[in-house]
Write a new protein. Structure first.
Length: 287
């Protein structure tokens, strides 16, 4: 029995098939933990969703910013962007069943000694608080007020956490941290304009995993979202007890899995090369 964390798929089903073959994956024996951004930008988002939904409990999936965007399109709370590649899903005969399955996925998971998120964790949050806040968003996603939630989800403010936040502001901060965070100040003020690597932090900001005193520092954290941490083919590595696994599959990089070891924080990397499905982004554009 093996457990794997896998980075952003972004609609790249063919590389996923090759990776599962390389892993000798068996759904009756193994478990896959996908770190969000299952869809969009790549050419086969519909195939990805159908494959993952068919795997049942063998595929445990997080929601990333692109997955939430798809759900917002489904609910009519947002219009497609010019780079979106998800229309095939919305027009599919099984769209409603697939998207109902998607909205029941997790915002964060804690398994085998790892905290798993799509993007990041604010420095003030413990692992337990992260899971509790993720559950608040999950409850709304699985409820009857989806369109209202997505109508209020987009935006960059408030840009920091406060225990006193309520309603849409509270949910927006949690969503932004878990699915969009790269850089923040030591006080947890989030910045969303830059997509550079860790060395490209704007003045006054740090990569979230480098903030001194981060309250999840004692917990191994696996995350995706930040493909420029693996630019130029760099192999993922532990960074302050965190493991970034978005290795830019949709941009022509690799699709990477980490086979989780018996001890928390230990892993073995397995990767397959990917065909470039998107042109390289310009600096400062959100991915």
């Amino acid at each position: 029995m093996s457990m794997y964390c896998i980075g952003d798929l972004q609609g790249c089903d063919a590389p996923l098939g090759r990776l599962l073959e390389k892993l000798d994956f068996s759904p009756s024996r193994d478990t896959l933990y996908f770190l969000g951004d299952l869809v969009n930008r790549g050419p086969e988002s519909l195939k990805v969703l159908r494959r993952l939904a068919a795997l049942g409990d063998a595929a445990q999936c997080l929601l990333g910013n692109h997955d939430l965007h798809l759900l917002a399109l489904w609910q009519g709370a947002r219009k497609p962007g010019r780079h979106d590649t998800m229309q095939e899903i919305l027009q599919a005969g099984d769209a409603d069943s697939l998207l109902d399955w998607l909205r029941h996925r997790a915002m964060a998971l804690q398994r085998h000694g790892w905290l798993m998120v799509h993007a990041g964790v604010l420095p003030q949050w413990t692992a337990a608080q992260t899971m509790a806040l993720a559950a608040e968003v999950e409850q709304v996603l699985r409820g009857s007020d989806l369109k209202d939630f997505f109508g209020a989800m987009y935006g960059n403010t408030p840009d920091r956490w406060s225990d006193g936040l309520q309603g849409a502001d509270r949910l927006r901060v949690v969503v932004n941290a878990l699915t969009r965070l790269r850089f923040c100040t030591p006080e947890g003020v989030m910045e969303f304009g830059s997509t550079e690597g860790a060395e490209g932090a704007p003045a006054g900001y740090l990569p979230w995993f480098e903030v001194p005193g981060r309250r999840t520092a004692g917990t191994a954290v696996a995350f995706g979202h930040w493909s420029t941490l693996a630019k130029d083919g760099a192999t993922p590595r532990l960074r302050n007890n965190t493991l970034p696994l978005d290795t830019g599959c949709v941009w022509g990089g690799c699709l990477t899995a980490a086979r989780l070891g018996a001890q928390a924080g230990t892993f073995e990397l397995i990767a397959v090369p990917c065909e470039q499905a998107q042109k390289p982004r310009k600096a400062g554009k959100s991915g």
